[in-house]
Design a protein around this ligand. Structure first.
Ligand code: UDX
Ligand code: UDX
Length: 459
């Protein structure tokens, strides 16, 4: 089938950029992105492209070229479903916060709602593509809902997991390492392969069965996160032994069997995917009674939590065991550079720990709005919201956040932090002036030369 109209339910970090690139590379296909969140859709339709709800380098340029031509954003979900031959489900699948599998399993209620909605509305045959990361065998559930509640039209379900990383989403979409399509119907698979084929070489488009495709996404994220926990584990050992984790990472990364990527020691990984997907993998393994398998992967999370905690413990200990009433400046709130996404960011947990010790936390992030910082902290429910408001300040000028601070904690590896005037920052801080570099982005000897007490990870 040649696809003329595509609908995507979910205008988030995955749906938005992915559909923008599909529209850009397929001018003959009309792409409609729909979402229940009217504010988000309004932001996608904003004349001023700096108001798009998602910050991604290169995204605004692509939206500018396609929006209103063959890319449309709307809240009219039913119309978009009915008119399209292919429907992507790209809604969020958070970790369950209630009931069986609480804190571990993926909450599939939004995905199920989408499937029911599609079944109710569709009057012609549809290819339904799961883009949201889902536990293994979810496609089967979607299929069952579609077939049992639909208007006896034909539904083919495909799994097409997204491998883009935030901050480099457009680059990752334009030149993917691979595109994965899992499915039963060869015709449906080839229809989707053709959409990607307009810019991706066919040998990079892998066709698998549905379950391999679903499991590959969880596995890819688990392997990536495992590398970070592995190097972070070594970072703690380096701090005890005078080895330097950057030197170790370089030395092992030059082994072509290991490779050099994803070996940056840090305050711990964040983001919407790694923790959620590993917990999900652990939950699935346990539900098949594979306890050794579950324990093995769970340790990646245990180590990550430890890394965040030991960073804030070390900060408090170094500041003479008390941060009460002290101003701690935090540079960066996003879970990595070049995104305004803060989900599961290590900064949230470090700040929460410092606030429990009654520190005054002053936050600066180049792309994160101030209400998000407070929302993230309130969501943890560690103290009354009023207290968070009193203890936390969010600044749009970094030098203000840093003025009179006892210590700086670098949470995100934003490039601009490297080029700040650290000498004048030093002059305006309380002495001794401490820097805790959670991303190893500053030069230790230069910082010490200025007069800072400088601490980094694994050095
Ligand atoms: C989400 C999932 O978290 C991830 O597992 C998957 O791989 C891709 O989709 P993301 O795009 O980052 O990732 O999520 P988010 O930015 O929260 O966007 C989801 C959107 O779906 C939201 O805008 C939400 O309003 C919308 N949504 C949710 C619907 O339109 N309908 C629903 O029923 C539920
Ligand atoms: C990840 C996967 O990379 C992507 O393929 C998948 O589709 C979604 O999940 P994302 O979470 O957007 O993407 O970003 P990623 O670049 O993987 O970073 C995740 C976290 O790991 C960030 O907090 C980052 O700072 C941290 N990280 C990454 C490290 O601490 N060290 C590293 O060496 C690399």
């Amino acid at each position: 089938m040649t696809i003329k109209k595509i609908c995507c339910i979910g205008a988030g970090y995955v749906g938005g950029p992915t559909m923008a690139v599909i529209a850009y590379k397929n001018p003959d296909i009309e792409v409609n992105i729909v979402d229940i969140n009217a504010d988000r859709i309004a932001a996608w339709n904003d004349e001023d492209l700096s108001n798009l709800p998602i910050y991604e380098p290169g995204l605004a340029e692509i939206v500018e070229k396609t929006r209103g031509k063959n890319l449309f954003f709307s809240t009219d979900i039913n119309k978009a479903i009915d008119e399209s031959e292919m429907i992507f489900i790209s809604v969020n699948t958070p970790t369950k916060t209630y009931g069986k599998g609480k804190g571990m399993a993926a909450d599939l209620k939004y995905v199920e709602l989408c499937a029911r909605n599609i079944a109710e509305v569709a009057t012609t045959d549809k290819i339904v593509v799961e883009k949201s990361t889902l536990p293994v065998r979810t496609a089967q559930a979607i299929k069952s809902i579609l077939h049992n509640t639909g208007n006896s039209v034909n539904f083919d379900v495909l799994s097409n997991p997204e491998f883009l990383a935030e901050g480099t989403a457009i680059q990752d979409l334009l030149s993917p390492d691979r595109v994965l399509i899992g499915g039963e119907s060869e015709d449906a698979i080839e229809s989707l392969a053709k959409v990607y084929g307009s810019w991706v070489d066919d040998d990079k488009i892998l066709r698998t069965n549905v379950w391999s495709s679903e499991l590959s996404k969880l596995t890819a994220n688990a392997f990536l996160a495992q590398r970070i926990s592995s190097i972070n584990a070594i970072s703690e050992l380096c701090e005890k032994t005078e080895a330097n984790v950057n030197e170790v990472a370089r030395a092992i990364g030059m082994d072509s069997r290991i490779g050099s990527k994803f070996l940056n020691a840090s305050i711990g990984f964040g983001g919407s995917c790694f923790q959620k997907d590993i917990l999900n993998l652990v939950y699935i393994a346990r539900s098949y009674n594979l306890h050794e398998v579950a324990d093995y992967w769970e340790q990646v999370i245990v180590l990550n939590d430890h890394q965040k905690r030991r960073f804030s413990d070390h900060l408090i200990k170094t500041l003479y065991n008390t941060v009460s009433g002290k101003k701690i400046a935090m540079l960066g709130w996003a879970f990595k550079k070049d995104t305004n996404d803060t989900r599961e960011s290590a900064a949230i947990y470090v700040a929460d720990h410092l606030l429990s010790e009654q520190a005054n936390v002053a936050v600066y992030d180049p792309k994160v709005e101030d209400f998000k910082v407070l929302n993230d902290l309130n969501y943890l429910n560690s103290r009354p919201e009023q207290e968070n408001r009193e203890l936390v300040s969010v600044h749009d000028n970094p030098y203000e956040a840093l003025k009179d601070a006892h210590a700086v904690a670098i949470m995100t590896e934003w490039d601009e932090f490297k080029t700040y005037d650290w000498r004048s920052i030093y002059d305006n801080m309380k002495k001794p002036a401490f820097v805790f570099d959670g991303r190893n982005i500053l030069d230790k000897s230069k910082m010490e030369e200025i007069g800072f007490e400088y601490y980094s990870i694994g050095q």
